[in-house]
Design a protein. Sequence first.
Length: 497
Amino acid sequence: MKAELLLDKYAKISKVDPRIYGSFIEHLGRAVYDGIYQPNHPHADKDGFNVEVIDLVKKLNVPIIRYPGGNFVSGFNWEDSVGPKDKRPRRLDLAWQSIETNQFGLHEFEKWTKKVNSSTMMAVNMGTRGIDAARHLVEYCNFPKGTAYSDWRRKNGAEEPFKIKTWCVGNEMDGPWQIGHKTAQEYGRAANETSKAMKLVDGSIETIVCGSSALDMPTFGSWESTVLDESYENVDYLSLHRYYGNPENDTPNYLAKGKDLDEFISGVISICDSIKARKHSTKQINLSLDEWNVWYHSKEHDAKNKPWQIAPHLLEDIYNFEDALLVGSLLITILKHADRVKIACLAQLVNVIAPIMTNEEGEAWAQSIFYPFMQVSNYGRGTVLTPIQRSETYSSKDFIDVPYLDSIAVINDDENVMTVFALNRSLDEPIDFHINAGDYEFAELKDATQFAGYGMKETNEDGKMKIIANNNVSVSDNGADVKLMPASWNTIRINLK
Ligand code: AHR
């Protein structure tokens, strides 16, 4: 089958905000303890951080990491997690029915994010707490010195403020499972006042107000409208969360789920803009897709979890090849909305629905989804072009007109390089893929790679998966031809003249 992507230099979507390649670490399962923090592990550094994990996270090049939750944050007292470790209390973590030892907290996370060349996106507790705890946390983290909370931070070893810029005002407050779940009206008002107070402490911060935890929430739409009605002028971003799975084992339908994400994002943008119009506001609210990923493999195991353990094995999805293809497609979908999605967090980063896994003694390892994420995060920086593409389509259980080709181009002006990410959704036919250079002039191929040839259910537990070179590429001044294997993820990088 043949398919084409036309590059139109006048059809630019937006410059990419690198924060769309963010991720997430929650105090959940083995994300922190036995994950990023393993003081007794043979590969731990002097701070107790697993150095192999640090190296793998650096490869993913994540500029921002959401912390400390997630559902966990809605019952979290941040004060428990600072100061001398032997004075920190053990607490019940009600969200995940676990024991939280608080041996890893705010200062440790700040130190760790620096080691992985990233930064913190902090969430505050809007479940059991609210405005007072939130303003004190901003003061603790960001105020230079001379006040109770800033001096407490200094006493705890951080002379310089953490300067955390991006803050989530709670987590999934629309969900009945959330501790302190609220109606849209209750949450909207509380979020408005909390965000206002946080910004009074530090006027340079940006805040994210909670939108819907999923597109299929019964309150989707009305939740966003009410919350934004209450908080529009005091917040900067609206969140959305979305997870996917293939429990019915229908791969063509599964690989089309980028269409669902596309609809969700478009719907949320429309809601933001309708409130903007209704309020006669000049301010635009952008989106923070601060939880997205595949999550379903571990659900059966987790239903049998024994409560009140420290760092239990929870949400440890082992990802297969088709999950990696979907993750690639979801990244393309996020890029298609680069004008409005300014933050996105792959949820999560280590052990918990994660691209990186650890075990008690051995080496940390990369899951299948690690590879497309690494490529898009590293090469998908610059300006995104509107994907004008021609491709045959198919229909599946939930979707019609699904193009076999899912592709997008990003132009990196600093390096004068064009990168195309392309997924072939066909399980049995290759695609003769033509990249039409349009007004661009191609110089030569920089590199072309493919992630292909694996069974849909194959995982990377044996560490054998790799991205390999695609030698089936020819480049001329005005275009390139690339063979895309059936069910493949492809990255093509071309130097521009
Ligand atoms: O990422 C796992 C959980 O999913 C988070 O704690 C919660 O916010 C969401 O429901």
